[in-house]
Design a protein around this ligand. Structure first.
Ligand code: SF4
Length: 225
């Protein structure tokens, strides 16, 4: 995935779309005050420049799907692992909730489910049947909407063709009004996301740690890609 920081306006449509698509519960004010917020994608705000020439900037932060993921070797039950497509996957019914992975993740994008999620009527009708409703006591996280990836792959298989570039849109990508998020195959050098990864504006979050993330950010403040 590529994230163009010049385009992000901080509207949080991606956050809402992620909640709805992935059955992520809303924890409410009291739990949030205890630091138990649950978002698979969050928008970080920072300031650029000095007053009065100061600008608010926004940075969407989600699982970076690291190639050298620090969360994977610390899980005692192999609930988190690297799949052949390069995704850092999470097996919910294997997780025993030690939270070692959450501690090891430098991006703090793994969230612990502290309570039994409630979806009071009529909210239960909005649950996505393609995604499990997780129980208390496990870690959950972004998987680039793996259910949408699988659906596109099955559709392409049935039609005897390959998945086209841009065909798979995770909920955050689909909902972003300014097209700040671009999803595609980094193994295909011609894909839009690969082209953006070669931009002089490209950087990876905390790349000094050697995690080799699969999310590429494009620096804000410069317009030519
Ligand atoms: S929906 Fe797009 S513009 Fe809005 S916060 Fe998310 S990435 Fe930024």
């Amino acid at each position: 995935m590529a994230i163009d920081l010049d385009r992000c306006t901080g509207c949080q449509a991606c956050v809402v779309a992620c909640h709805v698509e992935n059955n992520v519960p809303v924890v409410g004010e009291l739990e949030a005050l205890k630091g138990r917020t649950m978002h698979w994608i969050r928008i970080e705000r920072y300031w650029e420049g000095e007053y009065p020439n100061i600008k608010a900037r926004f940075m969407p932060v989600l699982c970076q799907q690291c190639t050298e993921a620090p969360c994977e070797p610390v899980c005692p039950v192999f609930a988190t692992y690297h799949n052949p497509e390069g995704l850092n996957a999470q097996i919910y019914n294997r997780c025993i909730g030690t939270r070692f992975c959450g501690s090891a993740c430098p991006y703090k994008v793994r969230v612990f489910n502290w309570f039994r999620p409630q979806f009071p009527e009529p909210l239960e009708q909005s649950l996505n049947p393609d995604v499990s409703v997780r129980e208390r006591g496990i870690i959950e996280k972004c998987t680039f909407c793996i259910q949408r990836i699988r659906r596109a792959e099955l559709d392409a298989d049935a039609e005897d063709r390959v998945v086209e570039d841009g065909e798979i849109q995770p909920a955050c990508v689909q909902s972003c009004p300014s097209s700040a998020l671009i999803f595609g195959d980094l193994n295909d050098p011609e894909s839009r996301v690969s082209q953006l990864a070669r931009s002089h504006r490209a950087f990876r979050l905390l790349e000094v740690l050697g995690t080799d993330p699969a999310v590429i950010y494009l620096k804000g403040g410069e317009t030519n890609v």
